[in-house]
Design a protein around this ligand. Structure first.
Ligand code: HEM
Length: 369
């Protein structure tokens, strides 16, 4: 059966193979009682473990007078490789819960970036839940039930559905395409590459906060695409924007998708073959002092923008790294002159500390309390 192990050294949903669907929620914690927060994390952990096995969080029927514990819409559906990943936002470490001294140095609000058009109500949050599955209803069910259990302790701040993964996280997966029609995730950190994961994704034992050892930091960015303008752009220009061919996904200096891009190659007239402002040049580890991030984003659409009549669609970008200050932040700064910026707009932003996996008998984030 398609079941991903819930417990382990690391949380599932980071290095495990990317599933097809996403349901992502951020929550504000509305209580000021530390005991209530701990109690919720204990209940959430038990529920998440059950749901990842394909089981309801509790009774679906029960006695006639009682409200069922589980909302029921996943009844009869398979586990569908469900993973549920939790993250803690910077706001959790204010004075409310006595955690001020436990905030890792790496967990700070992201700086502003050139071109940001962030919308506060769909940004930030004290907690996040990333549910990924191969069945959209299974992913939705997971977030809905955790939200329901949080009544009185948490309030959902924003919620995003994603259809279609935009990255591969294992060498056995085929590279999917994003909504601009290009293969996405060709050069990504692979979930089976222990060396890259230890160097770039997992927080090491040298962290300032021992409770985060084995965890990772999640950065989310809702990136709207100007699909209508993109669709009127010439193919030659589209390929120059990324520095790759559209159908094969090969670097402009190669023939096949996995050919290594030659960033130094020059055309006869002396201009670089992979243009100076091409996305893959500016995002490449070679242009960022060796920085690598694990991308695990999803395509989204929220229908039509009533103001413009254009499709509200794009990439719900998610990446994991051992420290955003040496991962997402420098790469995103370097993308300040990305040719792609003409076609995209960053609408929301989030940063969360994802604790290590829960060991047998532990609840999510137990080492923090
Ligand atoms: C590579 C699309 C935003 C980081 C790529 C590739 C595509 C792509 C098609 C080439 C294939 C691949 O290697 O995966 C997009 C789109 C974006 C977007 C459509 C926005 C809507 C971002 C952002 C970041 C980022 C915000 C990080 C700040 C990277 C990295 C690579 C990459 C690190 C691999 C570069 C390499 O090593 O060659 N992206 N991307 N991308 N992108 Fe993006």
């Amino acid at each position: 059966p398609a079941v991903v192990q819930f417990r382990g050294a690391h949380q599932a949903g980071i290095a495990t193979p990317a599933q097809d669907r996403l349901a992502f929620a951020a929550f504000d914690v509305t209580t000021t009682r530390r005991a209530d927060l701990i109690d919720l994390l204990q209940r959430w952990t038990a529920a998440a473990e059950k749901m990842t096995r394909g089981e309801p969080v509790g009774s679906v029927e029960g006695i006639e007078e009682s409200v069922p514990a589980d909302t029921g819409e996943a009844t009869g559906l398979a586990a569908a490789n469900l993973t549920i990943t939790i993250g803690f936002g910077p706001g959790l470490f204010d004075d409310r819960f006595g955690l001020a001294g436990r905030r890792p140095e790496a967990l700070r609000e992201l700086p502003a970036f050139k071109g940001d058009e962030l919308v506060p109500p769909i940004s930030g949050g004290d907690l996040c839940i990333q549910a990924c599955a191969d069945d959209p209803q299974v992913a939705f069910h997971a977030v809905r039930n955790l939200n329901r259990m949080g009544f009185g302790v948490t309030a959902m701040r924003w919620f995003q559905l994603g259809f279609g993964r935009t990255s591969s996280t294992t060498t056995s997966q085929q590279t999917p395409r994003n909504l601009l029609g290009f293969k996405d995730g060709t050069k990504n950190v692979n979930g089976d590459d222990a060396r890259d994961l230890n160097e770039h994704v997992w927080v090491g034992s040298d962290t300032d906060q021992a409770w985060m050892s084995g965890g990772s930091y999640l950065v989310s960015r809702k990136i709207r695409m100007g699909i209508e303008s993109w669709d009127r752009d010439r193919i030659g220009d589209q390929e120059a924007v990324f520095g790759r061919t559209k159908v094969e996904g090969a670097p402009l200096t190669g023939k096949r998708e996995h050919d290594v891009p030659d960033l130094a190659a020059k055309a006869a007239d002396g201009t670089p073959v992979i243009p100076a402002h091409a996305h893959i040049r500016l995002a490449s580890p070679d242009s960022n002092g060796g920085v690598k991030i694990l991308r695990r984003g999803y395509s989204f659409t929220d229908g039509v923008d009533p103001l413009t009549g254009q499709l509200d669609a794009g990439l719900f970008f998610i990446c994991f790294q051992s420290d955003p200050a040496t991962g997402f932040v420098p790469v995103q700064r370097n993308l300040g002159t990305d040719a792609l910026n003409e076609y995209i707009k960053h609408m929301s932003s989030g940063v969360f500390a994802c604790p290590p996996g829960a060991a047998a008998g532990e609840y999510w984030g137990q080492r923090l309390f």
